[in-house]
Design a protein around this ligand. Structure first.
Ligand SMILES: [Zn+2]
Length: 168
């Protein structure tokens, strides 16, 4: 573990001590309520102990959604894998009704241009393929005009998927 001293000095300079060790490190969260598993949580357990509904997912700490945040998980075919409780409320859908449906049933690019639709799809496909670059897009609910939501798109796992966090 050499380099520890150098990193300590960096954190003293930036005064953001938490960000440094978290960078790139995996953080576990519930795919439904967004809660982090408690300490002592069985490493092999797959379902959230808080809500009993979500599968435990992982992503880098800086990409993790806030607890009770609005987020979706999609696969590389743009199919919905999970919808958080808050996103269900925001988009007025039930996760069970939209799992396996195409992203466009829930979210579309806020801009009408074809290019923005393409870039949203590309960002999701790349994240679902394990690309560690975090991208952003402006989206709106598929059934609502005049709403703009900033979305952050990153990779999550354990099965590679795209995490879309809606920043409200
Ligand atoms: Zn949960």
């Amino acid at each position: 573990m050499d380099g520890g001293r150098r990193r300590d000095r960096q954190s003293a300079l930036t005064l953001v001590a938490e960000q440094r060790p978290d960078e790139g490190r995996a953080l576990a969260f519930c795919g439904h309520c967004g809660r982090r598993p408690q300490r002592g949580f069985r490493a092999h357990a797959r379902v959230c102990e808080s809500c009993g509904l979500g599968l435990i997912l992982r992503c880098s700490a800086q990409d993790a959604p806030p607890v009770d945040g609005a987020f979706l998980v999609l696969d590389a075919r743009l199919r919905v894998c999970a919808v958080s409780r808050r996103a269900e409320q925001l988009l007025a859908v039930s996760e069970t009704d939209v799992v396996d449906r195409h992203l466009s049933a829930l979210l579309v690019p806020a801009e009408a241009q074809a290019a923005s639709g393409e870039s949203l799809a590309v960002a999701i496909v790349q994240a679902a393929g394990g690309d560690r670059v975090t991208r952003t897009a402006v989206v709106r609910p598929a059934n609502t005009f005049g709403v703009r939501i900033n979305a952050r798109i990153a990779s999550c796992g354990p099965r590679p998927a795209a995490l879309i966090v809606l920043e409200l």
